[in-house]
Design a protein around this ligand. Structure first.
Ligand SMILES: Nc1ncnc2c1ncn2[C@@H]1O[C@H](COP(=O)(O)OP(=O)(O)OP(=O)(O)O)[C@@H](O)[C@H]1O
Length: 243
């Protein structure tokens, strides 16, 4: 695994308590290779979201090393961290956080608009391509709030891919969906991983979905207690349609 998109060494995170500091992550060592599709599991309060926030450069570690796609993050200022986050990392959350009064296409183009400062035809063409990829070519001009929950999450996935990130961080991406939509959205993540080679780190409480990842990393009380390849992951994801 020479080509890592993510490297953590001795990563610690402590929050300030009333009198003392309260350490949530106790020195995490982790390496994620290009194109890996990994689940992050663990009980409630074990530190999964805290870890995802550090990797997503939304918060800073108390100590330790965090390298994203070859870039050391410790010495970067906030502007450089924001740029690195925007260019290399895509986010998919449990709640899609789409702008309801914008069309699917406008939502997907949003990261490109933020990066480039003003709209142009190329960014809408790119949004169209991505919506096609996630099975929503026909819904391109629909308002986000007129789409089903599963379709909204597909738009959120297309938006996460807009900047061609090396790594997508997904926090309970199917947690808000019925089983059928959850399966379809998960299959889509898998398809993106296989076709584009994007790495995924997916927080899930659902053992059924974790079993469909190639690697399962388990966090308990802020420590990685197990990190194993999952040879039982199904070889293929099945078709993706726009339903
Ligand atoms: N901003 C904060 N300030 C203080 N403590 C925090 C903060 N954020 C998280 N914590 C604490 O850190 C611990 C880990 O929380 P975290 O949300 O990372 O766990 P989790 O594994 O994602 O849980 P869940 O599965 O319930 O989402 C918890 O004890 C939580 O109370």
């Amino acid at each position: 695994m020479a080509d890592a998109v993510l490297k953590l060494e001795g990563l610690r995170k402590a929050y300030a308590g009333a009198d003392t500091e309260y350490e949530v992550l106790h020195g995490i060592d982790l390496r994620l290779g290009r194109g890996e599709f990994a689940a992050l599991i663990g009980p409630s309060g074990s530190g999964k979201s805290t870890l995802l926030n550090l990797i997503g450069l939304l918060d800073r570690p108390s100590s330790g090393r965090l390298v994203i796609d070859g870039e050391e993050t410790a010495t970067l200022d906030d502007t450089a961290l924001t740029r690195l986050r925007g260019e290399r990392i895509g986010f998919v959350f449990q709640h899609h956080h789409l702008i309801p009064a914008f069309t699917a296409e406008e939502n997907v183009a949003m990261p490109l608009l933020i990066a480039r400062g003003r709209p142009d035809a190329a960014m809408f063409a790119r949004a169209g391509e991505l919506l096609d990829r996630v099975g929503l070519a026909r819904q391109r001009r629909q308002l986000a709030n007129r789409l089903s929950g599963g379709q909204q999450q597909r738009v959120a996935i297309a938006r996460a891919l807009a900047m061609s990130p090396a790594l997508v961080l997904a926090d309970e991406p199917t947690g808000n969906l019925d089983t059928h939509s959850a399966d379809e959205v998960f299959a889509l993540l898998r398809e993106v991983n296989r076709q584009l080679g994007t790495s995924f780190l997916i927080v899930t409480h659902d053992p059924r979905l974790a079993r469909r990842c190639d690697r399962i990393i388990e966090l308990v009380d802020g420590v990685v207690v197990s990190d194993r390849p999952n040879n039982a992951a199904p070889p293929d994801s099945g078709p993706v349609d726009g339903s």
